[in-house]
Write a protein that binds this ligand. Structure first.
Ligand code: GLV
Length: 327
């Protein structure tokens, strides 16, 4: 039997690619750049599977061009770039990589929080630019973790992992699972206080976002939410850029509605040089690397490959986004 053709839209860690190469013909976009849509449309015609990244749009047009497609597998936990409903209509399962990146991403959320609260990146830049002349009692004063209140918006796997870290730092933890509903009366989870979304915003010293991007969470943090937050608040985002209205955030930082933002994700991504956030001194931006440890990216590539192979063999994907295709 001839090997199936699969598309892989970027060089991924070898562990995952080797798994695929053992069983498939791999059409690989070899450049470290977002795969051009035309390349996808051309190669997907004959393909049985596609392993994509969060930078690739898998929409109706792509699916229409892929009559033989049996499976879509993304090397990410988030899948807002994929038209999942369209896949379901066509009976195509979609795989993703939850779980393996939870602790790595939670570590990074905390690293961003601490970098902002203790001005680590600002301090490092100051030294490298040659400004450090003497110890100073007032240089780069920041905020303490211990005793502070951390608000967690979205209490899934990563939100819970962030809460565990916060407890180790002696913080009070507030959380909301849903941004539209009040918490269930008396709900408790290892010392986490469940409150509604507005209360998380008003009472927290630091707010960390851990919701998936959906229609409901698009621009969840806008002008009025930023105005609700403490003027001293720090906002951390490792979820998706468009959960925040980035123009509103730039304005809030400029007028002092909040004090700092630490962002792994932006809208758009990458953040354009002319974007007002780019020039905000109290906005720390890193290039969407929260899950980027050697070990975790290796595991993600294997999971994505295993999801793809399962789909090619007509088996249930180990981590499927749309289980309704099996109903
Ligand atoms: C990263 O952002 C992911 O969704 O895995």
């Amino acid at each position: 039997m001839s090997k199936p053709l699969v598309l892989v839209t970027r060089q991924i860690p070898d562990a995952g690619l080797d798994l695929l190469r053992g069983q498939c013909h791999v059409a690989l976009w070899e450049e470290d750049s977002v795969v051009p849509r035309d390349w996808v449309l051309e190669h997907i015609r004959e393909a049985s599977g596609v392993l994509c990244l969060l930078t690739d749009t898998i929409d109706r047009g792509v699916l229409d061009a892929a009559p033989s497609l049996k499976v879509v597998s993304t090397m990410a936990v988030g899948f807002d770039n994929i038209a999942v409903n369209e896949c379901s209509k066509r009976g195509i399962p979609v795989g993703h990589t939850p779980g393996v990146l939870t602790e790595t991403t939670a570590d990074f959320s905390f690293a961003l929080l601490m970098a902002a609260a203790r001005r680590i990146v600002d301090g490092a830049r100051y030294v490298k630019e040659g400004h450090w002349k003497t110890w100073s009692p007032t240089l780069f004063l920041g905020q303490d973790m211990s005793g502070a209140t951390l608000g967690i918006v979205g209490f899934g796997r990563i939100g819970q992992a962030v809460a565990r870290r916060a407890k180790g730092f002696g913080m009070r933890v507030l959380a909301c699972r849903s941004t539209t509903q009040a918490p269930t009366q008396g709900e408790a989870h290892d010392d986490v206080e469940f409150v509604d979304f507005p209360t998380v915003l008003t009472e927290s010293d630091f707010v960390s976002l851990h919701v998936p991007l959906t229609q409901e969470t698009h621009h969840l943090i806008g002008k009025s939410e930023l105005a609700r937050m403490k003027n001293s608040a720090i906002l951390v985002n490792t979820s998706r850029g468009s959960v925040i209205d980035s123009q509103a955030l730039a304005l809030a930082l400029a007028v002092g509605d909040i004090t700092y933002a630490a962002l792994d994700v932006t809208d758009p991504e990458p953040v354009p040089l002319e974007h007002p956030l780019f020039h905000e001194p109290h906005c720390l931006i890193v290039p969407h690397i929260a899950s980027a440890s050697f070990a975790t990216r290796g595991k993600m590539s294997v999971m994505a490959a295993e999801n793809l192979l399962a789909g090619l063999h007509g088996k249930r994907l180990p981590f499927v986004v749309n289980p309704e295709v099996y109903a």
